[in-house]
Design a protein. Structure first.
Length: 317
């Protein structure tokens, strides 16, 4: 019986090149592709379509990682967050398939252009006991330039993959970890991490949507226990307030007033301030609080780090 390999396939250029290179060097092997959905990103359908086009003879499977991510976040520092941590979870998940279906190897598109990244890769091997099982055809490459050259040598052209992982953005990675360490995380909550104006503490998350595009996107995120904040003015920003479970009533009111003040800071300074409306999604009643305007610096300590790129988690489609 011919040996079989399971390749971790994200649809990225690195995963495509790794599979193509391994297949060319092991012509007698059977190869299946495994796409693993993470809590912060899933382009499974795009990855499947690219696999059908580039590797029509290979099997394609997918599975999710949400529970593994939540349970393993305590080891984030040890493994190197985010990439080393995620690599550990992905390969550990793949090992279950290997043991169940009898694969002879796991193929990954890992790159390790620095000694720090290489040490993280080797740590995963040690912790999971992968000696002789893992195959990393790209590990000797020094970075993106060499990857693209190898892709061209293998006849892969006009393909940039299905998009970068949003966790490569340090601000987004910080926000995701912040949420996982403090809240019972839903995919909807991770989606909030992409908004530019994001405030949080141990017991609440508050998003301010300023532009029309941001507000349209935020409208789809409200859950029954959330609070909607806005002013009865043209062009008002929209706020979404989400509490952690189990907060005493007096603290709920304190947080609501605080977030109303944050929303007020997005209006131009005025002597009379602005009246902010608080609409509880699960009730028909509304509260109104008059707050000062134009004092955004007062709340910077609650603002989570910004994003350095346009982050777009796409697990909703």
């Amino acid at each position: 019986m011919l040996p079989r390999a399971l390749a971790l396939y994200s649809g990225s250029l690195a995963s495509v090149v790794a599979v193509r290179l391994f297949a060319s060097e092991h012509p007698g092997w059977g190869i299946d592709l495994l796409y693993i959905r993470t809590p912060y990103r899933s382009r499974m359908e795009l990855a499947r379509l690219s696999a059908e086009r580039l590797f029509p003879r290979f099997g394609f499977y997918s599975c999710g990682l949400k529970r593994d991510f939540i349970a393993g976040v305590a080891r984030a520092d040890e493994l190197g967050f985010p990439c080393g941590f995620c690599r550990f979870l992905l390969i550990r998940k793949a090992l279950r398939y290997v043991r169940r279906k009898g694969y002879a190897a796991i193929v990954t598109g890992d790159l390790a252009p620095s000694s720090r990244e290489l040490s993280q890769v080797l740590l995963v091997d040690k912790l999971l006991g992968l000696d002789g099982l893992i195959r990393r055809p790209l590990l000797s490459l020094s970075g993106e330039r060499e990857l693209r050259k190898l892709a061209a040598d293998l006849g892969i052209s006009g393909f940039d993959g299905v998009g970068e992982c949003p966790m490569r953005d340090p601000g987004f990675a910080y926000r995701v970890r912040f949420f996982f360490e403090r809240f019972p995380v839903k995919l909807n909550t991770i989606f909030l991490a992409q908004f530019p104006h994001l405030y949080a503490a141990d017991d609440f998350i508050f998003v301010v949507a300023v532009t029309i595009a941001e507000q349209r996107k935020l409208h789809t995120c409200f859950l029954p226990d959330d609070v909607r904040l806005y002013a009865d003015r043209p062009g008002s920003p929209l706020g979404l307030l989400r509490f952690r479970d189990g907060i005493p009533g007096e603290r709920l009111r304190e947080i609501a007033e605080l977030c109303a003040s944050i929303l007020g800071s997005y209006f131009p300074p005025s002597s009379g301030g602005v009246e902010v409306i608080l609409k509880y999604e699960s009730a028909s009643d509304r509260d109104r609080i008059r707050v000062p305007t134009g004092r955004r610096d007062d709340w910077e300590a609650l603002r989570l780090p910004g994003l350095s790129s346009r982050v777009d988690p796409v697990y909703f489609y």
